[in-house]
Design a protein around this ligand. Structure first.
Ligand SMILES: [Fe+2]
Ligand SMILES: [Fe+2]
Length: 236
């Protein structure tokens, strides 16, 4: 896998500017790529007593994961596999990303909210979005998806058909609510546009919110347009 070369004399800010996913590794180690972004990787690691070789190996892994494209023929997947893929691709991404974006949206609201008051609303809307999504994922994993798996298991579970229809309708309504909140975040940030006085954390937060919107659109498309119709069609 190709990745740009990582040297210990590069600054944290420079490393993140080449590959934005590296911010996650620095956040994990508590290395400040924003206000402390002018320091080299070697200097920052030595101040924290962290082995820079270990950090570089994590950065390389992060680059590889970020640049990897996995081709899945979603249309061809049976219901069970489709559910497995939705959970492993989109639900697991959200479980990692939502807490991180809480931290980032709170941080930029506190650092830049005076000059950019919309960031306070970004923080509030994101908190509501996170709560909505976490409840939604739980309901899908604990109730909706198991019902769809049963309906497609080959046994006679036709008595569950109405329950599944009701569940699906509720999930689709919640998708609309989530979509509206994501649109609000995009509008509040002027399409995730970075202002001239923004810092590296600001850029990382906007990139994270933009990726969240893109991933959620794909996630909802797979559920509304592939999984739900397929699960109901194959169940009857
Ligand atoms: Fe989902
Ligand atoms: Fe969903």
């Amino acid at each position: 896998m190709v990745h740009s070369k990582i040297e210990t004399n590069q600054t944290l800010g420079n490393l993140v500017s080449h590959q934005i996913g590296r911010a996650r590794v620095f956040e994990w180690y508590g290395l400040d790529y924003c206000c402390g972004g002018g320091k080299s990787l070697a200097e920052s690691c030595s101040e924290k007593g962290i082995d820079s070789v270990k950090v570089i190996s994590e950065l390389i892994k992060s680059d590889e994961a970020e640049n990897k494209t996995v081709e899945v023929d979603w249309q061809a997947l049976p219901v069970n596999k489709l559910i497995d893929e939705i959970i492993s691709t989109h639900h697991n991404y959200l479980k990692l990303e939502l807490p991180r974006l809480t931290y980032l949206t709170e941080k930029i609201a506190s650092a830049h909210g005076d000059n950019h008051p919309a960031l306070h609303e970004v923080k509030t809307v994101f908190a509501r979005l996170r709560a909505e999504l976490e409840t939604h994922l739980k309901e899908e994993e604990e109730s909706v998806f198991p019902t769809l798996r049963l309906l497609n298991s080959g046994g006679d579970f036709t008595m569950l058909t109405d329950t599944a229809r009701g569940n699906i309708q509720k999930m689709e309504e919640e998708h609309i609510v989530v979509g509206a909140m994501l649109a609000r975040l995009s509008s509040l940030t002027d399409g995730y546009h970075m202002p001239a006085d923004g810092c590296e954390t600001y850029r990382v937060a906007l990139h994270g919110l933009m990726t969240l919107e893109q991933d959620t659109h794909l996630h909802v498309h797979k559920e509304n347009n592939l999984l739900f119709p397929k699960a109901m069609k194959e169940a009857v």
